[in-house]
Ligand binder design. Structure first.
Ligand SMILES: [Zn+2]
Length: 182
């Protein structure tokens, strides 16, 4: 069984996708950094893992991967808002999610909220999010997208920077547990 762990945007390549940009930060740089921290922990745990490439468009990555019912599929993003006071973490599951998808998303958002000390905005169905229908959610396996915190909120970013290693370890533990469940 394999975990598929991706950064939501690509900071390199022919078509760079920086994601949200705020306070001089690019979402793509943060998602790549965090994906690498989580992957490092999964490798230590000997969990088989496939990741996206920093120069590959997300759509191309999604087309290239063959997940199965035994896969955990997780993608990281940072949220952004016009107001710098918008705060918190959110996770998403597919509109066709089953019990395990929902439980996985709920654990991810609860853990992130508790480790970063920021608001838990909940585990939401893609159809209740501003994102609408996501290609990621059409992949087989236990699938979630985690919005770690608001890149547009300096105190959220500080909470992330102060706690990212602990958060990466906790998320790797959750991924490993779900990998073993299916
Ligand atoms: Zn994003």
């Amino acid at each position: 069984m394999t975990a598929f762990i991706s950064a939501g945007h690509n900071p390199k390549g022919i078509k760079v996708d920086p994601g949200a940009v705020a306070n001089g930060l690019h979402e793509a740089d943060l998602t790549v950094e965090f994906r690498n921290l989580v992957v490092e922990q999964l490798i230590k745990k000997k969990v088989a893992v496939i990741t996206d490439k920093d120069d590959a468009r997300l759509g191309d990555y999604l087309k290239s991967i063959q997940t199965g019912s035994g896969s955990v599929v997780l993608e990281f993003h940072f949220d952004a808002a016009v107001s710098s006071t918008a705060t918190g973490t959110t996770s998403l599951f597919g509109s066709d999610a089953d019990r395990l998808d929902k439980a996985f998303a709920k654990e991810l958002v609860e853990t992130t909220s508790s480790i970063l000390g920021i608001k838990n905005r909940g585990a939401l169905s893609e159809k209740d999010s501003h994102r609408g229908s996501l290609g990621l959610m059409r992949k087989q396996g236990i699938v979630s997208l985690l919005e770690i915190c608001f890149i547009s909120n300096p105190s959220d970013v500080k909470a992330y920077n102060d706690n990212k290693k602990a958060l990466a370890l906790s998320i790797a533990n959750i991924v490993e547990r779900y990998e073993n469940m299916i």
